[in-house]
Design a protein around this ligand. Structure first.
Ligand code: CMX
Length: 135
């Protein structure tokens, strides 16, 4: 089961500028900034009540974020849902016919194990599953 929307990811061309915009918009500074080199992204996270916004910048031109912005412009890149057991949910969704973009969970930003479903599987929206990594 997907338990809540964990965050919404927004692709931005200039993370520094976008940080300022979102700091003004939300009235709060990012609580975390983190590079995820395996994904080719640099990120910052803002808390909005119980919800989170992740800004995503590209660290190289082959990054999924660079390709997304080149094709579609800046904007909402993915919706991330929290799960208790990511491997169980990946198996369930695969059996239901969703196309997984990774066959095993990978380490993402903000201390999470993550997996993606192809946007064509979910009405044009890239879906991320994320499970907290127990400390
Ligand atoms: N949301 C909705 N649609 C998207 C999309 C997105 N984020 N990214 C690409 N698409 C669309 C493209 O516009 C294209 O649509 P059309 O066929 O209508 O032109 C289609 O999906 C392309 O699909 P594709 O050729 O299979 O794949 P791409 O090479 O464009 O890659 C995707 C798209 C989603 C498979 C790839 O970006 C991916 O594997 N993403 C998962 C990893 C990721 O996004 N990492 C960055 C975030 C990391 C983090 O959050 O920490």
């Amino acid at each position: 089961m997907l338990t809540k929307i964990e965050h919404i990811g927004i692709a931005v061309s200039n993370l520094e500028e976008a940080n300022k915009t979102y700091e003004t918009l939300l009235g709060v500074a990012p609580y975390k900034a983190e590079d995820v080199e395996s994904e080719g992204v640099t990120t910052s996270f803002f808390k909005v009540g119980d919800s989170k916004i992740e800004l995503l910048g590209a660290t190289h031109e082959d990054s999924a974020i660079a390709k997304f912005i080149a094709k579609r412009g800046e904007g909402i890149h993915h919706i991330a849902y929290a799960v208790e057991d990511i491997e169980k949910e990946m198996k369930r969704l695969k059996n239901e016919g969703f196309k997984l973009l990774n066959e095993t969970p990978k380490k993402g930003a903000d201390n999470k194990l993550i997996a993606f479903l192809h946007p064509k599987s979910s009405n044009g929206v890239l879906v991320e599953l994320c499970q907290d990594i127990k400390k």
